[in-house]
Design a protein around this ligand. Structure first.
Ligand code: SF4
Length: 247
């Protein structure tokens, strides 16, 4: 069954695709969309974080040549950088694209790598928002339409209503795991024998930049350790188009 996609209105198409395929989960959703006119025009972002292996495994099974965008903010844990290489090899991903902040911008605005202590929004802007926006602009110019993310409803109240397919920033945002529960994720790791991120065993349930990530609070949601105590839940004013890269 092929999904006809008219990109004259991404919002309209996202609503139609959600109505038609929003009941599908995981690989079934991805396979259906990969066989549609979206085939060859879908990419994903991944943090290679605490839950990333499940979605990366799904993508590798459906089509290992789907581009995977990994943003190295240059403030990540060494464990994450090593895990990214390990998982890429284990899963057979063929097109992982590592993007990084502009070195001139870092030199100008954060020369000592300590900006996170005084201005997290600007730090996130130059290390995450700018490189991701530049990459997405290039991908869009090259014909990419669909953006696979690992967002899930159970993560927090701010993500409690996300659909399997939605429109954001001119892309069809595809969330194959939107319906999944924490138990679904745990079961998938066991069933598929996926290696966990090495910091998960140490209590980190959502893993971002090293300076801004703590262990999840015992009574908090998975993201409670992100920017803990800073009154910040996402990556600044650009959250809608950037949060997906940091699941
Ligand atoms: S999460 Fe922290 S270190 Fe990473 S870009 Fe944002 S403020 Fe900077």
């Amino acid at each position: 069954m092929n999904a006809h996609v008219d990109f004259s209105s991404v919002e309209t198409e996202a609503a139609r695709l959600q109505g038609e395929y929003g009941h599908l989960k995981g690989a079934a959703l991805l396979r259906t969309l990969a066989k549609s006119e979206l085939g060859g025009k879908i990419m994903m972002t991944s943090s290679f974080g605490a839950e990333a292996a499940v979605l990366l495994d799904l993508v590798a099974k459906v089509d290992p040549s789907i581009p995977v965008i990994f943003l190295d903010t240059r403030r990540l844990f060494g464990e994450t950088l090593r895990y990214q290489k390990e998982l890429t090899e284990i899963l057979g991903l063929k097109d992982v694209r590592v993007i990084r902040p502009d070195t001139d911008r870092l030199q100008k605005l954060d020369p000592d790598d300590m900006l996170f202590t005084s201005d997290t929004d600007t730090c996130c802007s130059i290390r995450k928002v700018e490189p991701l926006d530049n990459t997405m602009k290039t991908l869009k110019e090259n014909g990419f339409k669909g953006w696979i993310t690992g967002r899930k409803r159970f993560h927090s109240d701010t993500r409690g209503t996300i659909d399997a397919i939605e429109a954001a920033d001119g892309f069809l945002k595809i969330n194959p795991l939107a319906h999944w529960t924490n138990e679904d994720v745990k079961a998938a790791y066991l069933e598929k024998n996926l290696p966990p991120h090495p910091l998960v065993a140490d209590g980190f349930l959502s893993i971002g930049c090293m300076p801004c990530t703590e262990r999840a609070a015992p009574d908090g949601d998975a993201r409670s350790g992100r920017w803990a105590g800073k009154g910040k839940t996402e990556c600044g004013i650009h959250a809608p188009r950037i949060e997906a890269a940091f699941i």
